[in-house]
Design a protein around this ligand. Structure first.
Ligand code: AMP
Ligand code: GLY
Length: 461
């Protein structure tokens, strides 16, 4: 039976214990905050579609007294107080937390995690959902992740790392098989090129290393063998002694239909993924997730938060394409659409190492999310364009339009980023979820809007 069809997973079936044998040095200590029931002021950091989806679920929690989103978008403004904070300015964030009696902080994006915001919040004695700076290296430094995978014998593509563009180019010229060139640092999902041939790979090296198309993220590149097979993302809640694997999902990273064109942050997603069987999921848990968490523990790093494994299901079994240290965007949109449990309760269980006592409920129906993007994205695009039709789209039952790059201008939403909206629909089956997501998307208009027409096509095969 595919995990996808499970309606409920309990401790026995999922929140399994794993054992690590080292003493962590970089543990984020659970906050002193009491473990008993009480309503909380919550601050969510971020402004993407992921954050609107998380805010939507958090706003539904009986434990949330007040919800702030920093900086948020036009969507989060409808269910929380948006606050103009710069998440990279820790002093500013800490002042806001103290002044507004914030009990708990949820960190959405990778940049503040990699910069150590979770550590700073924990040091204030407040609860935090998000991994430590050291743990975030699993995403923020692709070479660190590769070395950890090598040490732990986690299946992944063979890879080399380069800091000198000349040596990287030499390697590309001498290598026979197809290659993937990756900026080693954080590049908003755009730093990967699956190369069509030697010239393309040389250009990818040139763009990343010499022209710094992704800034300092391209100071080091990781060049790896190209794998093939269906893709799938597995996200797990992780505390110090157990992990809980969420429903499977899949992103669509390239901008064009049929996975053509440059990489984006993600043009759509669906959940569950029919290719993910119970047997493969067990392999992922045993050969990938647990060894990764144990590997970090051996380095003295304690993982708490969401661990995301981007996978390719190859003939030789599942292999890791990347690890992320947070919820995916747009994967979170279909996942939150399907999650029936109180998200804050689960997050608090992670913070306080009580994940083994949590049971999550999921809507068995599939969900499909179609991202509506600005003309030109993932390259340059115009901002400030009026958006129409959101209310009409949301008038459909079981449809939610999650905002990403939007802001309010004179009370109406306008575009403010590359990925603008994530139109998400549930259906009795994939065909219906897909049809309804596209019907809802067709009601929305802004100048030069574009979107992929084939989101979730793999699920229909
Ligand atoms: P990443 O950000 O590392 O997950 O890469 C983005 C996308 O590039 C993935 O979703 C895959 O479609 C593709 N990709 C990354 N690494 C490889 C690889 N080694 N072989 C084939 N495709 C890859
Ligand atoms: N959608 C891919 C990611 O969040 O990294």
């Amino acid at each position: 039976m595919s995990v996808a069809s499970c309606d409920e997973k309990g401790v026995g079936g999922n929140g399994r214990d794993y054992t690590g044998d080292a003493t962590p040095r970089h543990a984020l200590r659970p906050a002193a905050a009491d473990l008993h029931w009480r309503a909380m002021n919550v601050l969510l950091i971020g402004n993407g579609g992921r954050e609107h989806a998380l805010a939507w679920k958090l706003a539904d929690s009986s434990r949330v007294k007040r919800l702030f989103v920093a900086p948020g978008n036009a969507g989060t403004a409808t269910l929380a107080d948006n606050v103009q904070l710069d998440p990279s300015n820790f002093a500013e964030v800490e002042k806001f937390i103290a002044r507004n009696a914030v009990d708990y902080v949820v960190i959405g994006p990778e940049e503040p995690l990699a910069a150590g915001l979770a550590d700073a919040v924990a040091a204030m004695g407040r609860g935090v959902f998000g991994c430590s700076r050291e743990a975030a290296r699993l995403e923020a430094d692709k070479w660190f992740a590769k070395e950890l995978m090598r040490q732990q014998a986690i299946p992944t593509a063979e890879a080399r790392s380069f800091t000198d563009p000349h040596t990287a180019a030499e390697y590309v010229r001498q290598h026979a098989g197809p290659l993937v060139v990756k900026a080693a640092g954080l590049a908003k999902g755009k730093g990967v090129r699956v190369c069509a041939g030697v010239e393309d790979a040389l250009d990818a090296v040139e763009q990343a290393m010499r022209r710094r198309a992704f800034g300092e993220a391209g100071a080091r590149v990781v060049i790896e063998e190209k794998l093939s097979g269906p893709e799938c993302s597995i996200l797990a809640f992780v505390d110090r002694s157990s992990l809980y694997i969420m429903e499977s999902c899949q992103d669509h990273k390239p901008v064009g239909d049929g996975d053509s064109g440059p990489m984006t942050g993600g043009m759509g997603a669906y959940s569950p993924t029919p290719v993910m069987s119970e047997a493969i999921l067990e392999q992922v848990e045993r050969q990938i997730l647990i060894p990764a968490i144990d590997g970090l523990k051996r380095e003295g790093i304690d993982y708490r938060g969401v661990l995301y494994a981007g996978l390719m299901l190859t003939h030789a079994g599942p292999k890791v394409l990347e690890f992320n240290c947070r919820f995916g965007d747009p994967e979170t949109q279909p996942l939150m659409m399907r999650m029936r449990s109180d998200l804050l309760e689960v997050m608090l269980a992670v913070t306080h190492d009580r994940l083994d006592r949590v049971t999550l409920k999921w809507d068995p129906r599939p969900a499909v999310c179609v991202v509506l993007a600005s003309g030109g994205y993932p390259g340059d695009y115009e901002k400030g364009l009026p958006i129409e039709g959101i209310a009409e789209a949301e008038g459909m039952a079981d449809v939610k339009v999650f905002h990403a790059g939007t802001r309010l201008s004179g009370g109406t939403p306008v575009t403010d980023g590359g990925r603008v909206l994530g139109v998400t629909a549930l259906g009795q089956n994939f065909a219906e979820a897909q049809r309804r997501a596209y019907l809802a998307a067709s009601k929305i208009r802004f100048k030069d809007m574009h979107y992929r027409r084939d989101i979730a096509h793999q699920a229909m095969k």
